[in-house]
Write a protein of this length. Structure first.
Length: 474
C-alpha cells in the first residue's frame, strides 16, 4: 500500500497492545439506537484471535443486556465525553447486521479482525444487533466487537444503525452467517483506495458453492432483479443483492438511505448510480451459511419489496414509457378509424375499437402526467437528483402556458360538440346514425378531457414547485 497516495489508508503506528476501551450507551443519531460494548482499535492478540494477549475487561452492562433485554441498556448511565483516542476516526469499520447468529457471529468477527491486523490498518467490528435473544451480543463483546442495539426491526434498519455508529473512513458490510469471506477485505479496500465510492461483491463472478443459494434465487430472482436495475438505472452492477460490499462512509451518508427492509441493498446501488458515485465490483465467493435455522429472507415478500423499490425510483419506467406507448397506440387507432370502419383479413374494426383507442389516449396521457408529478416530487424531496431536461422544460412550459394549452384543447372539444349539436339540429333533433355521430362525439370528449386535465395538472405542478415560503419557482 503506497503511503500518501490519494484516498489511501494510513497505517497505524500504534503497537498492538492497547487495552480495549469499554464504551457504554453511545448515542447514535439514527432512529432509536443504543450502543454497548467494546471498541476495537488494533487491540490485543486475543482480540485478533491469534494468541492469549491482554484479557478483555468485562462490559459493565453486558449481563444487563442479556438478562433484562436491550431496553434496559437504554435506561442506564448517562453519556460521557469521548477521549481523544476514542473520537479519532479509524481506517475501516466492518459492520455486521445480527439477529440470533450465535453459531457463526464469533467466526465472522475473528476473520474480520485477523484480516485487518494482517493488512496493518486500524479498524473495528461493529455488530448491529436487531434484538437477538440467543446471546449473540455476549459473543460479539467477548471476541472484540462493538455492539450497537438497533430497536427498529429490519435488515435495512440494522445496517443503517451500524453504519451510523461506524467510525471508519471506509465501511465494509457483510452478513454474520459465515456465508461471506471476511478475509477478502483487502480486495474491497484496494478498490476504495483507487477512488471508488462503492465496491460491490459479485457472487456470480466469484462463484456460488453448492447449497449456498437456492435455484429460484440463483436463476430467477437475483438475475431478473439485477437486470431490471441495470435497465432502469444504467447501473454497472451485475449482482444487486450481494451482502458483502464496501464504501466510503461519507459518500453513502450523503445518499440519506431510508429503507428498513431487504430492499436496502437495492437502494444503496440505485442511489449511488443516480447521484453519480463511482461504483465497481469484485468477485466474491458465496458459501453455505452456518445457521441451524431458516434464513430471515422471505423469497416472494422480499422479492416484491425489491421490485417495488426499483419501480418507485424509476418514474420513467413506471409511468412515462408505458404512458407514451398507450398514447401513441391510441392516437394511431383513432386516426385510422375516424374516417370510417376498417377491415383487416375479414375482421371489421369500427366504433368499439375507436372507443378503446380514445381510452388508450386518455390513459396514456394521464400516465405521462403521473411520471412528471412523481419526478418533480422525488427531486424536491431529495430522493432523485436534479433532471436538467426537466428543468429546461419548465423554463418554457410555465403555469400560464399550461393553462393556455388546456384551454385551447377544452375549447376544441367543446367546439366539436357544438358541431355535433348542429349536425343533430340539421336532422330536426331526430334519430341519428351512431356510426357518424360518435365519430364526432368521441374526439370531442377526448379533447375536452385532456384540456381539463392539463389545466388541473398545471396548477398541481405549480404547487409542487412552490418553495416552502409559498412562492412558486420561476
Amino acid at each position: 500500500m503506497k503511503t500518501g497516495a490519494p484516498n489511501s489508508l494510513k497505517k497505524s503506528n500504534c503497537p498492538i497492545q492497547m487495552t480495549p476501551v469499554v464504551r457504554r450507551n453511545e448515542a447514535i443519531d439514527c432512529g432509536k439506537l443504543t450502543a454497548s460494548g467494546v471498541s476495537f482499535m488494533e487491540k490485543s492478540d486475543r482480540a485478533f484471535g491469534s494468541g492469549p494477549g491482554l484479557p478483555l475487561p468485562p462490559s459493565p452492562n453486558e449481563n444487563e443486556i442479556l438478562s433484562l433485554g436491550l431496553s434496559h441498556a437504554r435506561q442506564s448511565a448517562p453519556l460521557r465525553a469521548e477521549s481523544a483516542d476514542e473520537a479519532e476516526q479509524l481506517d475501516l469499520s466492518v459492520v455486521m447486521p445480527c439477529l440470533n447468529e450465535r453459531l457463526t457471529l464469533g467466526a465472522c468477527i475473528r476473520k474480520a479482525i485477523a484480516t485487518m491486523k494482517a493488512m496493518d490498518i486500524r479498524g473495528e467490528v461493529v455488530v448491529a444487533d436487531n434484538g437477538s435473544t440467543d446471546g449473540s451480543q455476549a459473543i460479539a463483546l467477548e471476541v472484540g466487537a462493538r455492539v450497537i442495539a438497533v430497536e427498529t426491526r429490519g435488515y435495512g434498519s440494522a445496517l443503517r444503525g451500524g453504519i451510523a455508529a461506524a467510525r471508519g473512513k471506509y465501511v465494509v458490510m457483510g452478513d454474520a452467517d459465515d456465508s461471506y469471506d471476511f478475509t477478502q477485505l483487502a480486495d474491497f479496500v484496494n478498490k476504495l483506495n483507487e477512488g471508488y465510492d462503492l465496491v460491490m461483491g459479485n457472487r456470480f463472478q466469484g462463484g456460488i458453492r453448492p447449497g449456498a443459494m437456492s435455484p429460484l434465487h440463483r436463476f430467477l430472482g437475483n438475475p431478473v432483479l439485477s437486470r431490471l436495475g441495470r435497465l432502469f438505472f444504467k447501473s454497472p452492477i451485475g449482482d444487486f443483492h450481494c451482502g458483502l460490499r464496501a464504501f466510503r462512509k461519507e459518500a453513502i451518508d450523503s445518499l440519506q438511505l431510508q429503507s428498513s427492509g431487504m430492499e436496502f441493498a437495492s437502494e444503496m446501488i440505485v442511489k449511488a448510480t443516480l447521484f453519480h458515485l463511482r461504483v465497481t465490483e469484485v468477485p466474491t465467493v458465496l458459501s453455505p451459511d452456518g445457521r441451524d435455522r431458516p434464513p430471515h429472507l422471505r423469497t416472494w415478500r422480499d422479492g416484491w419489496r425489491h421490485l417495488r423499490f426499483l419501480l418507485l425510483f424509476s418514474p420513467s419506467w413506471l409511468f412515462l414509457y408505458p404512458g407514451i406507448s398507450l398514447f401513441v397506440l391510441g392516437v394511431a387507432m383513432s386516426i385510422w378509424l375516424l374516417p370510417g370502419p376498417q377491415k383487416v383479413r375479414g375482421v371489421t374494426f369500427d366504433l368499439h375499437t375507436l372507443l378503446f383507442g380514445a381510452m388508450s389516449v386518455l390513459m396514456g396521457f394521464q400516465s405521462i402526467y403521473f411520471a412528471t408529478f412523481s419526478k418533480v416530487f422525488a427531486i424536491r424531496e431529495g430522493l432523485l437528483p436534479e433532471d436538467r431536461r426537466l428543468t429546461r422544460l419548465f423554463r418554457y412550459i410555465t403555469l400560464e402556458i399550461g393553462l393556455a394549452i388546456g384551454a385551447v384543447l377544452a375549447l376544441l372539444g367543446a367546439g366539436t360538440w357544438v358541431f355535433g349539436l348542429a349536425y343533430w339540429s340539421a336532422r330536426h333533433f331526430g334519430a341519428l346514425e351512431p356510426e357518424k355521430t360518435l365519430r364526432i362525439v368521441i374526439p370531442g370528449l377526448v379533447f375536452l378531457t385532456m384540456g381539463v386535465q392539463i389545466i388541473l395538472s398545471s396548477f398541481l405542478l405549480s404547487v409542487l414547485g412552490m418553495r416552502r415560503g409559498g412562492t412558486p419557482q420561476p
